[in-house]
Design a protein around this ligand. Structure first.
Ligand SMILES: NC(=O)c1ccc[n+]([C@@H]2O[C@H](COP(=O)([O-])OP(=O)(O)OC[C@H]3O[C@@H](n4cnc5c(N)ncnc54)[C@H](O)[C@@H]3O)[C@@H](O)[C@H]2O)c1
Length: 311
């Protein structure tokens, strides 16, 4: 079996390539990435072929997708604040990029396409937990591109019969998530600060909450979806209905790291939503055997990785 991972040198992509490369069912893993936010070093020691290039290059997509059984499309310009600063660049990579991936998959033949959407599509809809059938109300350019990503994907399933699966990821965390820049996600930003002895930057009052999902769990669900060639006609939440505030995350970090962590409160960022929490009924129906890694266990592994990486 051949699997192509777009964005394969990124955080989730590299973790997924590692899992797939060790799987008996997968013979060939190809990571396609333009290295705009990913790092080739994320693939060190992993038995995957790395191809540098953009998902906007249709000729390259045709060459890389030839003979693939599954394409996991993770390549995108992540981060809400990054999209607020440059919405056109986010649209190009995320919306146009997805369209090109779907069209190349259609040319390649009957290949399963799994794409990454985001809980950000629920946006201004304040109901909790988030059920897939709820109205979507994007409040950032990034969220709009992710709604476009899943909409195109589902439309290509209906219109062209492409076997697709669109996941809405919530806050994924774990080793290899990028740090050291203004657009870093909250977990790596906190760990970077904690390990470097700086106060943890908290936007808002810290009571905002997220359905944090360990990257290993996300990757094992995707691997199962590839192995059984799972498809679904609607977007599927990939999270487990837990809701943890940033202040609660910091308390667990303090306990695991054995010291108090000073905080620096900063203004709330434009486009950020207050709370996310998934309803996982559809996910559990499709993947009944999945056992999620809990926050404490995932954070323990994540802290160990960052201490080694940043230390
Ligand atoms: N991490 C999360 O919490 C989260 C939440 C919701 C959705 N997602 C989605 O999951 C996917 C993976 O996110 P991640 O956290 O691993 O981010 P990441 O930035 O680490 O990975 C994205 C990768 O895509 C690559 N990329 C960007 N534009 C490209 C292009 N034009 N051509 C080829 N490669 C390109 C980047 O270089 C990077 O390696 C993204 O689609 C993201 O929107 C992530």
């Amino acid at each position: 079996m051949k699997v192509v991972v777009t964005g394969g040198a990124g955080f989730i992509g590299a973790n997924l390539c590692e899992l797939l490369a060790g799987s008996a069912d997968v013979d060939e893993v190809v990571a396609l990435d333009d290295l705009s936010t990913g790092f080739v070093e994320n693939l060190d020691g992993i038995d995957a072929e790395f191809v540098e290039g953009t998902i906007l290059d249709t000729g390259l997509l045709d060459r890389v997708f030839a003979g693939a059984d599954s394409i996991v499309h993770l390549g995108a310009r992540g981060s809400v604040p990054r999209s607020v600063d440059d919405p056109v660049a986010s649209h190009d990579a995320n919306t146009n990029g997805t369209l090109q991936v779907l069209e190349a998959a259609r040319r390649a033949g009957n290949v399963q396409v799994i794409v990454a959407s985001s809980s950000s599509v629920y946006g201004a809809n304040t109901q909790l937990p988030k059920v897939e059938t709820m109205a979507t109300r994007p409040v950032s350019p990034y969220a709009a591109t992710k709604l476009a990503t899943e909409s195109y994907t589902l439309a290509w399933q209906f219109t062209y019969g492409l076997p697709t699966l669109a996941f809405r990821f919530f806050n994924v965390f774990g080793p290899k998530q990028s740090v050291g820049h203004a657009y870093a996600a909250v977990m790596p930003a906190f760990l970077d600060a904690a390990i470097s002895g700086r106060p943890l930057p908290v936007h808002g009052d810290g009571t905002q909450s997220r359905d944090f999902t360990y990257v290993g769990t996300v990757c094992s669900v995707i691997a199962d979806a590839i192995g059984r060639q799972v498809t679904h006609p609607d977007a599927v939440n990939l999270a487990f209905g837990t809701r943890t505030s940033l202040l609660e995350v910091i308390a667990v970090m303090e306990e695991l790291m054995g010291r108090d962590l000073p905080l620096e409160f900063q203004p709330t960022r434009r486009g950020d939503v207050k709370h996310t929490q998934a309803d996982n009924g559809v996910l559990m129906g499709l993947f009944p055997d999945v056992v999620p890694t809990d926050l404490r266990t995932g954070l323990t592994a994540t802290i160990a990785w960052y201490e080694q990486y940043l230390g």
